[in-house]
Design a protein around this ligand. Structure first.
Ligand code: C2E
Ligand code: CA
Ligand code: CA
Length: 740
């Protein structure tokens, strides 16, 4: 749980860091963008300003040039009188944008084209022109109309001597109009000022300074914050550098100053900051918008991915944790839950493993649907019997696990019996007599440092023990079980070595004709005689060899040994009897063994009637099709087939009909039951059925005279058991044959 939390905190931290990095990157990027755009903006302003300068320069320069040309022409013509000059000027005046033109003699009396004569002898433009300079005046008030004008003057020279002055007046209003055209979509405007800030041309734009006389004065009056801008502007106007300041007149405005190159005039372009930054702001806003959209989209995608991952995880967990057959817990879920609970209830915990004895039969006899219903029923019973914090889960097939708590161990045993009762209440449709047999293995947890797997192993050992004992419902784990398991493991590791060491020998247990007590056959039984002479019971090692598959090699060995023994006995002239050899169920997987058996037999030259094969009844249930096929092949070759351990499995008498066997070996447990009436009835019934099917009957494990007599009386053909003889070594059996 803590691990999970840590993981999601880590994930969220990653996300937050990622988001922060994105935001920082975005802010950084927009700052760069803003700076770039601001440079671009200022460049635009600079360009517009230069453009304006050019326009004004062109306008004024062309006018000044025109005037100089006119003055030169007057100077070059002979005997032109003042009056004539004015007349001539009148004729050409319409070609120029001047308000009036005129001529002034050296006395300073100016004769204008509008017919007025005024004294301009005091005006600087006259005085400068008399000095031989072409001149543009500061703004002046027209001496006649009072209107604001700029005057242009050019000297009229005769033989390098100034004889008069041609002048023209230019309305400041016209300059304003020129300047107004170039401003930024009506948002910007332009002034022309002198280097001391005095106005030359102001603007008609309503947002410009009204009634400006000096730009510094107007700036100071407009906003107190402008002192810095005034300083800046002063610097530009003093040094003649180009540059901008930002000042306030209601709103922030750029003011770009460029020397005009005429007198000491400067062109001041003004444009609101907002207007210039409108484009860059729009770009930045668009960038923010795109980023915001991207963030939203990314967040959506991330959220979707996260939800999808959670959904898949949940799905996986459902797959992993929910048993689709019973709807209960899987073993994986069980294990996970148990791991969390173990430490809490240390000392009073029991692990249970249970399954149903021979559950496979339920599937085979009643179908998988019924089998599934049985499993659901078992799950419900176990689940209902789980108390607070107790847990159950299904492992595979019919195997279930439980974690229970107890005060006394006997409580667990009582609960198991209660669950058994509840499980056995399940009635299989149309087979209500069939009773389910649950088997439980218990492990009482001893210390809290054991892991679930090893505890389950202990419960599994106890469970195996209970199953082997057949009539046990439960068994609790003991250390002896573990020792036995280790012993088994050791044995299983030793088998192959023992085989190579020739430690396996064949014993023979004679079979007798029931009626005459004459020797009529024998069963070959393998024995493991260790080098120190100690015998290992086949009951111990045969199941191990079966598990590993080594039993096939062992069976072949026994078969071959029997072939060779029969050959020797025949050669000795003994009256040999048929000897049956056990054939493990593991052979059903490898039908090739038939050929090998045949060649061993052929090699020995012993007639096939002296060798028989025993296959256990239960093998047939595991692989019926293979079983029948193999029996058929063996029959074709001429082998007599014995069904071993009849009565221990679940074959019904009816099934006997479909299996072509020659001899039925009644298991010892069957024989033992003869003294109770029901057991006797069953044996009689089996005998009758077998006789009808022409199947010969051999009784196994006959230990007493009563058993023998009973079996003989009801028509048993042959008897095998300690009553007559125990399994014996070859030499001993040879003697039996000699005596027969
Ligand atoms: P099984 O094939 O049912 O063999 C009969 C077993 O019953 C033999 O045990 C035999 O000694 C025992 N027996 C015979 N008469 C009596 C009696 O009157 N009373 C009692 N209590 N027991 C009697 P054994 O030799 O210990 O073999 C045990 C099992 O091992 C065999 O049961 C068989 O399943 C397996 N086995 C033995 N030899 C071979 C073999 O060569 N191949 C295979 N595949 N299995 C073998
Ligand atoms: Ca046998
Ligand atoms: Ca047997």
């Amino acid at each position: 749980m803590i691990k999970k939390n840590k993981k999601s905190v880590l994930k969220i931290s990653y996300l937050i860091v990622l988001l922060l990095i994105s935001i920082i990157a975005l802010v950084w990027y927009s700052k760069i963008l803003k700076d770039e755009l601001s440079i671009l903006t200022r460049n635009t302003l600079k360009e517009v300003s230069s453009q304006n300068v050019l326009v004004i320069q062109k306008e004024i320069a062309s006018d000044v040039n025109a005037l100089t040309e006119i003055a030169d022409r007057i100077g070059n013509s002979d005997n032109i009188k003042e009056g004539e000059i004015v007349d001539t000027l009148k004729q050409i005046a319409y070609r120029y944008p001047f308000k009036t033109m005129g001529y002034c003699g050296m006395d300073g009396m100016a004769h204008a084209t509008d017919g007025m004569t005024v004294d301009i002898s005091e005006r600087s433009y006259f005085l400068n022109a008399v000095q031989g300079e072409t001149c543009i005046s500061e703004p002046l008030n027209d001496l006649v109309s009072g209107e604001e004008i700029i005057a242009f003057s050019a000297p009229v020279k005769k033989s390098d001597e100034v004889v008069g002055v041609v002048f023209a007046t230019y309305s400041v209003e016209s300059l304003r109009e020129i300047l107004a055209v170039t401003s930024f979509e009506g948002e910007g405007y332009t002034y022309i000022v002198e280097s001391d800030g005095d106005k030359v041309v102001d603007s008609i734009n309503p947002t410009s300074f009204q009634d400006m006389t000096n730009i510094y004065v107007s700036m100071r009056a407009a906003d107190r914050r402008n002192s810095k801008a005034i300083e800046g502007l002063k610097h530009y106007l003093d040094t003649g550098e180009t540059g901008y300041v930002i000042f306030y007149n209601k709103v922030g405005k750029y003011m770009y100053s460029t020397p005009l190159g005429i007198n000491n005039w400067y062109l001041i372009d003004v444009v609101p900051v907002d207007f210039l930054e409108k484009t860059s702001n729009a770009i930045i806003q668009r960038t923010y918008l795109v980023c915001a959209v991207l963030i939203v989209v990314c967040t959506f995608i991330a959220a979707w991915l996260y939800l999808e991952e959670r959904r898949k995880k949940k799905q996986m967990q459902t797959l992993l944790f929910v048993d689709d057959l019973t709807g209960g817990n899987t073993y994986a879920k069980f294990k996970q839950e148990v791991e969390q609970r173990l430490n809490v209830h240390y000392g009073r915990t029991a692990f249970i493993m249970m399954d149903l004895d021979e559950f496979k039969l339920v599937n085979e006899l009643f179908g998988y649907d019924t089998g599934n219903k049985v499993l659901c029923h078992v799950w419900n019973v176990l689940n209902e019997n789980c108390g607070e914090d107790e847990y159950a889960g299904r492992d595979i097939a019919d195997r279930f696990s439980m974690l229970l708590y107890f005060e006394k161990r006997s409580d667990i045993e009582k609960r198991i019996l209660k669950m058994t009762e509840a499980i056995q209440k399940f009635s299989i449709p149309n087979a209500s007599e069939y009773i389910l047999h649950p088997v439980f293995g218990i492990y009482y947890v001893e210390s809290n440092d054991e892991d679930v797997e090893s505890m389950m192993n202990c419960a599994s050992l106890a469970h195996n023990q209970a199953k082997q004992e057949r009539d046990s419902i439960y068994r609790a784990y003991t250390n002896i079980m573990k020792d036995r398991m280790l012993e088994k493991k050791q044995l299983s590791d030793q088998i192959e070595h023992a085989y190579k060491n020739h430690e396996f020998v064949v014993y023979y247990q004679p079979k007798y004709e029931a009626e005459t007590r004459k020797l009529a056959g024998a069963e070959a039984l393998v024995r493991w005689r260790r080098q120190d002479g100690q015998m290992v019971s086949p009951g111990l090692f045969v199941p191990l060899a079966e598990e590993s598959g080594f039993v096939c090699k062992l069976d072949k060995y026994v078969f071959n040994e029997v072939c060779l023994a029969q050959k020797r006995w025949m050669e000795k002239g003994l009256k040999v009897v048929p000897i049956s050899v056990n054939l493990s169920r593991r052979h059903l997987d490898t039908p090739e063994f038939i050929g090998e058996y045949k060649s061993m037999l052929d090699h020995s030259g012993v007639p096939i009637k002296y060798l028989q094969l025993e296959i256990t009844e239960s093998a047939m249930f595991e692989k019926k099709a293979e079983f029948l096929e193999i029996i058929e092949s063996l029959h074709k070759m001429g082998f007599v087939i014995l069904m071993d351990d009849f009565g221990t499995g679940y074959s019904s008498l009816m099934m006997l009909k479909s299996i072509p066997i020659d001899v039925m070996k009644l298991d010892k447990t069957f024989v033992d039951d003869f003294d109770d009436e029901r057991g006797e009835q069953i044996i009689r019934c089996v005998m009758r059925m077998a006789q009808d099917l022409c199947i010969s009957i051999t009784a196994e494990g006959v230990e007493t005279e009563e058993q023998y007599k009973f079996l003989k009386n009801i028509g048993c053909d042959m008897i095998q058991g300690y009553y007559f003889a125990r399994p014996m070594p070859e030499e001993e059996f040879e003697k039996c044959m000699e005596e027969a």
